[in-house]
Design a binder for this molecule. Structure first.
Ligand code: OXD
Ligand code: MN
Length: 632
């Protein structure tokens, strides 16, 4: 151990904790811990290895320190974040960028490096005073694999530490085995919940900052608790990984991984999917009868010429609103069992049970929630009704509790071979339910980069506004969007047999303004895509790709849902709407021009050529082109 911090660390660590740290013989880890031990000044640091004893110690401390409470099911706990710490803090989340690179960063939320460093050091000085901190070692992706990214988390929140043990693979053993020459290659996360109020919630929210240094792979997260702000391995690590991947020629995407099963033909086909929030991401990953590998973040690598993917995580940090026995039976059933789950920002009823919005059961009239003591009708200090639970309340749970997990894919060190990618947006009148791209590049530029989500009455602000959401990844892309888009194209083109790309839209509305298919129709669109991957089904061309024929969908609706699908509905749903598409592409161009003024011209040229093609189609076939009418 380097002598610089040895005395300090011996002093604030038990011999057992100090021994675990020393055994790593990793001066980069010691320097990281030593520096922040001195700077943030915790009373003690507990060093975790991968043992069940340490996981249990973290669980016990989260309860003992009042960061979590036990629920009626004793294996379950509840945690509350402060009333104003209920979502990702987009404004306070910034990239610290060296002066010479600032001009290149487009619309990313940045702060000049020296200024950001000085500010975050000021905020974090002595921030852990009087607190016991924890040091943990994890891996993003399976350990000892081509995907592994080792990570160190240093935090004073036992709730954060507990969440990370559920959500990620503990990797102390991986650090022990790191060879000379690779020991400095890990992501570093330093977090403090800061001063706490009487409910153990962060007090100084005006000092909430998440500053990311992608140049040195470290994230500083101060004065917050909501897991999207505090848990280093979740979204902070994702931004570091996107940046690293961009430099190294692989991809980190905001995607689920799932397997579509065709039992009759004995086929298992892996898909990944990106959907902006409220566009059907979890429900697609959890389509009944299929299997899930991951629900949020995937790494893609070219392994032996194949397009392979891993779920970076081990657990789910899922939105609990509307999880009920009817719509999400598998998740709901697990939340009802006496097994380890952390519920956050739901109501603790007088019976000690958790309750949330859209749970589908009778809910109590009072209890405790993210507001504090709650009763029906209570208002906050701005006069706003406080709901029973927050709309972004969550559950933190191991993924392998789910009966539909694809164990084999979940554990595969070399990941799974991906054959289909789905990009699903939300609009009421433009994008057909499923469309195949003619090739990878076209898929990235016309399906992924054009993704949009339409605001609904459930969202704040005007209804019907289309928010651009390229790759459903805008909150996490950590280098300029134009380059990121080119890297997406280059990665797919570098593998021998790259996946087919499809778009999805589950939200098309009919002439009466109602949705035209049931929630489960996504199973039909998925199985059509699965068949296409295996060379089945004829298609019709459109100016943006290939769509299904009626007879095939009719048969798939019958087979999978036992539903009749009418030709009239097909014809309406799969009409190509020229003007709507031209408008969509113009919005995409405007978004890119603003988000990254250095977006390469070749990308804009590609969209301009698509617009020209659509205009020519409009001339020949009319504005609304019925399936089968368009000819190239
Ligand atoms: C998100 C999440 O905010 O997964 O994307 O929690
Ligand atoms: Mn996410």
């Amino acid at each position: 151990m380097s002598p610089k911090y040895e005395a300090l660390l011996r002093n604030i660590m038990s011999p057992d904790s100090f021994g675990k740290l020393a055994a790593l013989k990793n001066p980069w880890v010691t320097d990281f811990v030593g520096f922040f031990a001195e700077h943030c000044a915790p009373k003690s640091i507990y060093v975790c290895d991968d043992s069940e004893k340490d996981v249990q110690y973290v669980r016990d401390q989260a309860l003992a320190k009042g960061e979590e409470e036990r629920l009626a099911n004793p294996a379950q706990t509840i945690h509350w974040d402060g009333y104003c710490d209920q979502g990702r803090d987009k404004n306070g989340t910034r990239f610290m960028v060296y002066k010479e690179n600032l001009a290149d960063m487009g619309a990313l939320n940045t702060i000049e490096y020296e200024k950001g460093y000085a500010e975050i050091m000021d905020i974090s000085r002595g921030i852990m005073k009087g607190k016991d901190a924890i040091l943990q070692f994890f891996s993003e992706g399976p350990t000892e694999s081509p995907f592994t990214i080792p990570c160190v988390q240093f935090t004073d929140s036992w709730y954060v530490a507990h969440s990370e043990f559920i959500l990620y693979r503990s990797a102390y053993h991986h650090f022990l085995g790191m060879k000379e020459g690779e020991k400095s290659g890990f992501f570093r996360f330093i977090h403090s919940a800061g001063a706490l109020d009487e409910r153990n919630c962060t007090d100084n929210l005006d000092q909430r900052r998440i500053y990311m240094d992608t140049q040195n792979n470290i994230v500083y997260s101060m004065n917050n608790q909501y897991a999207g702000n505090s848990v280093g391995l979740k979204k902070h690590s994702m931004r570091l990984a996107i940046n690293k991947a961009g430099k190294e020629g692989w991809l980190c995407e905001h995607m689920f991984i799932m397997a579509a099963l065709d039992r009759e033909k004995g086929r298992k086909t892996y898909f990944c999917g990106a959907y902006p929030s409220a566009c059907g991401k979890t429900s697609t990953a959890m389509i009944p009868g299929e299997q899930i590998v991951g629900d949020d973040i995937a790494y893609f690598r070219n392994i032996g010429g194949e397009f392979r993917a891993v779920n970076v995580e081990f657990g789910m940090f899922g939105i609990i609103k509307d999880v009920n026995a009817k719509d999400d039976p598998l998740i709901f059933e697990n939340l009802m069992k006496n097994q380890e789950v952390i519920f956050s920002n739901v109501l603790r009823g007088p019976d000690g049970k958790p309750y949330w919005l859209g749970m589908g059961v009778k809910t109590p009239e009072e209890g405790r929630n993210h507001f504090g003591r709650w009763r029906k009708g209570i208002k906050d200090d701005k006069g706003k009704d406080v709901p029973l639970a927050h709309g972004n309340a969550r559950y933190t749970m191991r993924l392998d509790y789910l009966a539909n997990i694809d164990k084999e894919g979940f554990e595969a060190k070399n990941g799974v071979k991906v054959e289909g990618i789905l990009y699903g947006g939300r609009d009421s009148d433009t994008t057909v339910p499923v469309e195949e791209s003619p090739n990878w590049k076209d898929g990235i530029l016309l399906k992924a980069a054009t993704l949009e989500s339409e605001t609904t009455s459930a969202t704040l602000g005007a209804e019907g506004v289309r928010d651009a959401s390229p790759m459903a990844n805008m909150d996490f892309v950590s280098y300029p969007l134009g380059r990121y888009t080119l890297n997406n194209i280059a990665f797919g083109e570098s593998v021998k047999d790259c996946p087919k790309i499809f778009s999805n839209n589950y939200f098309m509305r009919g002439p009466d303004g109602n949705f035209m298919t049931s929630k489960l129709a996504k199973k039909v669109w998925l199985h059509w895509a699965e068949g296409r991957i295996h060379g089945e089904y004829d298609t019709y061309d459109t100016p943006t790709g290939k769509i299904p024929r009626y007879a095939d969908l009719k048969a798939l609706f019958k087979k999978h849902l036992n539903e009749e699908f009418s030709e009239a509905d097909y014809s309406y749903l799969f009409t190509f709407r020229c003007t709507k598409w031209i408008e969509k592409l113009e919005r995409t161009k405007a978004f890119y021009a603003k988000a990254d003024p250095n977006t390469p011209k070749e990308i804009f040229d590609y969209w301009d050529r698509a617009i020209t093609r659509i205009k020519a189609a409009r001339e020949r076939f009319g504005d609304e082109i019925k399936p089968g009418v368009y000819k190239i």
